[in-house]
Design a protein around this ligand. Structure first.
Ligand code: DAH
Length: 463
């Protein structure tokens, strides 16, 4: 999520030691029959990532991500049918759409090459569905509906473990009030509240953002009145509460129906609202749900910054709007009790045959194939912080060589020689396939390639 700068052990590193290898690299990158020029200073998207374009799990019949998307769209549109749905946007967007149009500052960590897959300096694989807000706001007049929902695959360079995958899915939602009619806002809120009151889920909502002692921490926008902020934020919060009630109610029903879960079946749902920060909303919040004895962050949201609306061609001070962005994969994993995010990408019949559109059921694990662990330990070439390797760059080398055969990569040791100042790192790579047995020879081969690439690109000395 873009609320906080994510930190990693090796943050702040540069690509000082990245040597340009003279291997044959095509001058352009082809995605969906369109060619994009490479840029040696920017291009970091790899063939294995491009292979994920068009898998579109959010549209794949009987797939958990599709089932969840459909459930949310239906629930939101059951209230007053006010959302146009967009599920087919291409993942290739401009840096303007992904960042500038939303007011990301020039030095925001999300823009860095270590976090984002760039095609070239102006083009990237979208890192979030917010990249399409501007385009969809500008279509509001022609759709005749005051809201829209965008679902899509999004791409981020990240660590490797059971809950992180470089491609995942988000749903964006926005709702506008053109003309800023207070009467309309009240009426819309009323209808929504009636749906929430009728819902069978017993909700307990704590709103920490209401005891905001210093409003300057999460300020409202100047152009809006207090009453508007109150009505629009209530509409936003009640909409998300309704969605979450529905999703978790379906889960609870499925737990009762299957009657085989080791988890305790809750008879109420606890939610809490907390203050947040996003460049394109003010004020901003996050909603969390209490599930399995833990607070789980579900969704970021807020009242859209007027600048985003102006970028979409609206007249100044004419319109107010809310926006939210929700990650679908982790919620799907929780609903269907899927233990490893790679399973979502599995083409194995034993996985995909288990689910049915419109239903939530618990995933039944088939035999787990044994894993194989390898460590890679190396000395970094220099002694300063800028000479380190960004952890995401190391992750990418493993991903590129191992594809779906890597379960996790963890830093297990870090050592600095007090005399020379030289630093050594050791990473543990767990190779394991979701679908088949892997041989030792196969793993050795991949491990050798990972090591060679580290030496070639970063000038490290293997230990
Ligand atoms: N795009 C954000 C992310 O990926 C999620 C988000 C937060 C979307 C707040 C929104 C919003 O529209 O208002 O972390």
């Amino acid at each position: 999520m873009y609320s906080v700068a994510r930190t990693s052990t090796l943050r702040g590193a540069s690509r000082l030691f990245l040597r340009c290898e003279s291997t044959k690299i095509e001058a352009s990158i082809k995605i969906n029959d369109k060619s994009y020029p490479r840029d040696p200073n920017y291009t970091n998207v790899t063939p294995s990532i491009i292979d994920h374009v068009n898998r579109s799990l959010h549209k794949k019949p009987n797939h958990p991500v599709n089932i969840l998307r459909d459930l949310i769209e239906k629930k939101l549109n059951s209230v007053d049918n006010s959302f146009t749905t967009y599920n087919d946007f291409s993942p290739v967007v401009s840096t303007f759409e992904n960042f500038d149009s939303l007011g990301f500052p020039a030095d925001h960590p999300g823009r860095s090459k270590s976090d984002t897959y760039y095609i070239n300096d102006k083009t990237l694989l979208r890192t979030h569905t917010s990249a399409h807000e501007m385009e969809c706001y500008s279509k509001i007049n022609s759709t005749g509906k005051p809201g829209f929902l965008i679902s899509a695959d999004v791409y981020r360079r990240d660590e490797i473990d059971r809950t992180h995958y470089p491609v995942f899915h988000q749903m964006e939602g926005c709702r506008v009030w053109k003309g800023r009619s207070i009467e309309q806002m009240k009426q819309d809120l009323n209808i929504l509240q009636q749906h929430l009151d009728k819902h069978e889920m017993n909700l307990i909502v704590e709103d920490q953002s209401l005891n905001n002692k210093s409003p300057s921490e999460n300020p409202k926008q100047q152009y809006m009145t207090d009453e508007e902020v109150s009505l629009v934020s209530q509409h936003l919060k009640r909409s998300l509460e309704l969605v979450i009630s529905e999703v978790f109610n379906q889960k609870i029903k499925s737990m009762k129906r299957e009657n085989n879960t080791t988890q305790e079946i809750p008879n109420e749902l606890k939610l809490r609202w907390v203050n947040a920060y996003f460049p394109w909303t003010a004020p901003s919040w996050e909603i969390e749900v209490w599930w399995n004895n833990d607070w789980l962050e579900l969704c970021g949201c807020g009242i859209t910054q007027q600048q985003v609306i102006l970028n979409s061609g609206f007249e100044k001070d004419s319109t107010v709007s809310w926006a939210f962005g929700l990650g679908l994969d982790r919620i799907a994993m929780l609903l269907f009790e899927i233990p490893d995010i790679r399973l979502l990408w599995s083409k194995d019949e034993r996985f995909i045959s288990q689910f049915k559109d419109g239903e939530i059921n618990t995933f039944k694990p088939y035999s787990r194939y044994p894993g194989s662990i390898r460590d890679v330990a190396f000395w970094l070439p220099g002694t300063t912080e800028s000479e380190e390797i960004h952890e995401n760059d190391l992750m990418e080398i493993v991903r590129d060589n191992a594809g779906p055969l890597v379960e996790s990569v963890k830093l297990i040791d870090r050592f600095q020689n007090p005399k020379t100042g030289k630093k050594s790192l050791c990473y543990r790579i767990n190779y394991q396939s979701m679908d088949r047995n892997i041989t030792n020879e196969e793993v050795n081969e991949i491990q050798k390639n990972v090591e060679n690439e580290l030496v070639e690109k970063y000038d490290v000395t293997l230990r």
